[in-house]
Write a protein that binds this ligand. Structure first.
Ligand code: SF4
Length: 386
């Protein structure tokens, strides 16, 4: 005699565009299509999602009727369906386990494998290079520098940092770059602006660094110099206090500065300023909409440093100036420098893989660690976890 089945079991699935962040006692689902989130601190829900994320399950698990009847699970699934983040399917209606392809980013254990595979499979690691910052001063050997830059394949952008006119034959460097199709930035203080036009006009732009208080005479002179050159300009204001912030506001308004950004500077004495103005809140993290690609990037690379190399006046090359030197452009070629960063470096692949971020649902939604974590000496600068 066969017994009649009265209860219905389901397949529980999560949509592939939903990112799941799991901590010990908290789970967060983030819909990358519309930025909507769903959270839970219920053990039954966390357990269900943990199972869903197991690589063998591929984003689909059997949800028995008994389990579905648990109030916490039922309530959660109801909200999940309302927000189009997941679904349940009567198993009698599907011919075997449905196939769901959750992207890699939902399988935490895959990151290391991906990283290794991704880099070792690149025939040419140089295709990762996106920006070369050239720090110059009076000791820079322009001829050797140009010879090195000439050996760099592709079209990474160039950023010349410092008082350009201090370097002997700096115009040779500018002429070389002028012929290069890459975008070029000159990052210098408003005290050291050099006239570029009409000689150099191909894809150059200025980043004007401003430390407060400003020297009014020099400031006015620099404004005039910039007005005479119709090149794109972005101001970067160093600020380390609320007072600085107010001063910048006044400058921006008075001089109708259209493009600018604030560069918070940690002095060792302004921790409170950072806590109040730089530390992230949950709302800050969720206020930026993120695509699957953005989340994936945060899992495998540092979004600030990846692809960038700094060359110092003595030829030393760094991925991030806070970490050990990778080589010297007078002895090492660009391939050796980049390969060293990929093999041994701390910058391009510096991600949020340290406590307390490893037990935080925002681990991969948060921006990568920045230079502030290094200068302040904390792995997390947020109000979410102490
Ligand atoms: S910094 Fe770390 S602990 Fe803070 S919210 Fe981001 S991931 Fe979580």
């Amino acid at each position: 005699m066969t017994s009649m089945k009265t209860s219905i079991d389901y397949w529980f699935t999560i949509e592939p565009y939903v990112f799941i962040g799991i901590a010990k006692e908290h789970v967060l689902l983030y819909n990358t299509l519309d930025g909507v989130i769903l959270e839970s601190d219920k053990a039954e829900v966390i357990e269900l999602l943990q199972e869903t994320l197991k690589e063998d399950n591929c984003g689909v698990v059997l949800l028995t009727n008994e389990r579905y009847k648990q109030k916490e699970v039922k309530d959660f699934i109801s909200k999940l369906r309302e927000k189009y983040m997941g679904d349940i399917i009567d198993i009698s209606l599907s011919n075997g386990k449905p196939v769901q392809l959750l992207p890699f980013y939902n399988f935490p254990e895959k990151h290391e494998i991906y990283k290794k595979h991704n880099f070792s499979s690149f025939k040419n690691v140089l295709k990762n290079l996106s920006k070369i910052s050239i720090h110059i001063d009076s000791t820079t050997n322009i001829a050797k520098l140009i010879s090195f830059l000439n050996s760099i394949p592709g079209t990474p952008s160039f950023n010349i940092v410092g008082n350009v006119s201090e370097a002997e034959q700096y115009d040779k460097l500018l002429s070389f770059l002028n012929e290069h199709p890459s975008p070029k930035d000159i990052s210098c203080s408003y005290l050291n602006i050099i006239p570029l036009q009409p000689t150099f006009e191909n894809n150059f732009s200025f980043q004007i660094l401003v430390k407060l208080p400003i020297d009014m005479k020099q400031w006015n002179h620099s404004r005039q110099l910039l007005l005479n050159q119709a090149l794109p300009v972005e101001y970067v204001f160093d600020i380390s206090s609320d007072e600085h912030y107010l001063q910048v506001e006044q400058l921006v308004e008075k001089y109708r500065i259209e493009k600018y950004r604030l560069n918070p500077v940690y002095t060792g004495y302004n921790f409170r300023f950072f806590e109040e103005n730089v530390f992230l809140t949950k709302e800050d993290i969720l206020s930026t909409s993120m695509s699957i690609k953005d989340i994936f990037a945060r899992q495998v690379m540092n979004i600030y440093d990846f692809g960038k190399i700094n060359i110092m006046p003595n030829g030393d090359a760094y991925a991030n100036l806070n970490y050990p030197v990778l080589g010297n452009i007078f002895n090492d070629n660009i391939y050796e420098i980049v390969q060293k960063e990929i093999d041994e470096g701390n910058s391009w692949l510096r991600i949020r893989n340290q406590a307390p971020c490893t037990d935080c649902v925002y681990q991969w939604l948060c921006p990568s660690p920045s230079i502030y974590e290094i200068s302040i000496g904390r792995p997390n600068l947020c109000h979410v976890k102490k």
